[in-house]
Ligand binder design. Structure first.
Ligand SMILES: Cc1cc2nc3c(=O)[nH]c(=O)nc-3n(C[C@H](O)[C@H](O)[C@H](O)COP(=O)(O)O)c2cc1C
Length: 198
């Protein structure tokens, strides 16, 4: 897939500009080490007061992936944006807040997931950050302690079988599929978001 080959020379700014959410994946399994690397990137993130309250659960087992999938929702703006059976993620990283450390985790999850998505992109691995989750069933499937951990997000992973690009905003923020099956993600113009430059 153009733009997704592993690129040892990809720099951070290129990754920041080119990374897009991908929701269709090839079924080629991901190397376990690559996924563990992503957790390592999350471990090293900036966290408020350096509290590091997040935990991570890596899911690659096919049977478990099959159980997690029905508890995820995809592409709210597309009529047919969910991955089909042979397009599903081949791995997930569940991001959990450890309530014995603190009790709110939004900022931390944002930092961690962003780092993991960019790290994945550099490795040629596509990702979709998923917040629309049935959390209780996922906690049960993974046999995780509900008292201690709060399921924040799941990062779905796999080699890409879809292309997506940023496009100009023309009145709607809704991403759409074009005639070439490419996802277009409208981004508000720079002039709109930069409100002060002195
Ligand atoms: C907190 C958060 C939750 C998200 N939840 C979902 C989700 O449940 N399902 C989904 O298909 N995409 C989800 N996304 C992906 C967004 O739709 C996507 O990031 C956005 O459309 C911009 O596209 P881009 O990532 O390609 O720039 C989520 C993104 C964020 C940041």
């Amino acid at each position: 897939m153009p733009g997704f080959e592993r690129n040892d020379f990809m720099n951070v700014s290129e990754a920041l500009k080119k990374r897009r959410t991908i929701r269709k994946f090839s079924q080629q399994p991901l190397p376990k080490e690559a996924i563990l690397d992503l957790v390592e990137y999350a471990r090293l993130c900036a966290y408020p007061a350096n509290l590091q309250p997040l935990k991570f659960a890596v899911i690659q087992d096919e049977e478990l992936c099959d159980k997690v999938f029905p508890n995820t929702k995809w592409a709210g703006y597309l009529t047919d944006g969910s991955p089909k059976k042979d397009e599903r993620p081949t791995a997930y990283i569940a991001v959990l807040g450890d309530k014995t450390i603190k009790d709110s985790f939004e900022v931390e999850a944002g930092a961690a997931v962003t780092s993991m998505m960019l790290g994945a992109f550099e490795k040629g691995i596509a990702s979709c950050w998923i917040g629309a989750l049935s959390r209780e069933p996922i906690m049960d499937i993974l046999s995780l302690d509900n008292e201690r951990f709060s399921l924040l997000y799941v990062l779905a992973l796999g080699y890409p079988a879809q292309e997506s690009k940023a496009c100009e905003f023309s009145g709607s923020i809704k991403y759409f599929e074009d005639e070439n099956k490419k996802i277009n993600v409208p981004k508000r113009p720079f002039d709109e978001i930069l409100i002060l430059e002195k």
